[in-house]
Design a protein around this ligand. Structure first.
Ligand code: ATP
Length: 238
């Protein structure tokens, strides 16, 4: 039943205006099942961000189809209300607490105060006492965690995280990994991009490997990392 499939994409292609015949994403297809943590892995310029921006309905593909829970995705599609997204550079009001910022965001998007799913999301994000401190006192890592928490508010069925570990130190990367795993344990689905195999292999159940716009490998993480593929050795050494 397609209505139960968090994501299925077929023949997805995108070429930016002005980049002649160079495709940012070329004929990419894969499927994500409920409860998976899918890692989208590839070096800089592989097309990860372009792929995720199409999934989020931020840009329109030139060709191909994206289905989220069976519904075709296009900018403004109602099914996008089931998607939570983290992209770099979320802005917060520095003098308000983390919690106040999230509440403001939640109400601004027209969702009800006192939603039990908001409290559950904050528990999964595990920001601790920092949630009640002003955002201006936060480290870069804490701001990033707050942005992840924002993406998780309301417990979206599909959580999309574009390079959430960028700029984090190893303990913060571990915490991020645990947040993603806890999230998927609720039966929801996570898609996370990274250019480092070492960052995704322990948190992801499945991988899609991209290079220069193309999908080069896809499958359960053990199958891919166990293959001793020279491409992955190259990616891991990025
Ligand atoms: P990174 O890890 O650096 O973000 P990525 O895998 O996310 O890499 P994309 O950002 O999707 O890759 O970029 C894929 C290709 O598309 C690159 O060659 C990039 O230069 C190009 N590209 C990305 N955004 C644009 C844009 N707005 N206009 C033109 N070309 C773009």
């Amino acid at each position: 039943e397609l209505a139960d499939v968090p994501l299925e994409i077929t023949g997805l292609s995108k070429r930016y205006a002005g980049s002649a015949d160079r495709y940012a994403v070329r004929d990419v297809a894969f499927r994500v099942e409920k409860g998976q943590v899918l890692g989208l892995l590839g070096p800089n310029g592989a097309g990860k961000t372009t792929t995720l921006r199409m999934l989020m309905g931020l840009i329109t593909p030139d060709a191909g189809e994206i289905r989220i829970f069976g519904h075709a995705v296009r900018p403004g599609a109602p099914v996008l209300s089931r998607v939570g997204a983290f992209v770099e550079g979320a802005g917060f009001l520095p003098h308000l607490s983390g919690r106040a910022n999230l509440e403001l965001y939640w109400r601004a998007t027209g969702r009800p105060a006192g939603d039990a799913h908001v409290e559950e999301a904050l528990e999964i994000a595990d920001l601790g006492e920092a949630l009640d401190r002003a955002v201006r006192t936060y480290s870069q890592g804490m701001r990033q965690r707050l942005a992840i928490a924002q993406a998780m508010l309301g417990l979206p069925d599909l959580l999309i995280l574009d390079e959430p570990t960028n700029g984090l130190d190893p303990p913060q990367i571990r915490e991020m990994r645990e947040v993603m795993i806890r999230y998927a344990e609720t039966g929801r689905t996570v898609i996370v991009s990274s250019h480092l195999l070492s960052e995704v292999e322990q948190s992801c159940s499945h991988l899609v490997v991209m290079d220069r716009g193309r999908l080069v490998q896809a499958g359960p993480v053990a199958e891919i990392t166990g293959a001793g593929d020279s491409l992955l050795v190259g990616l891991a050494g990025e």
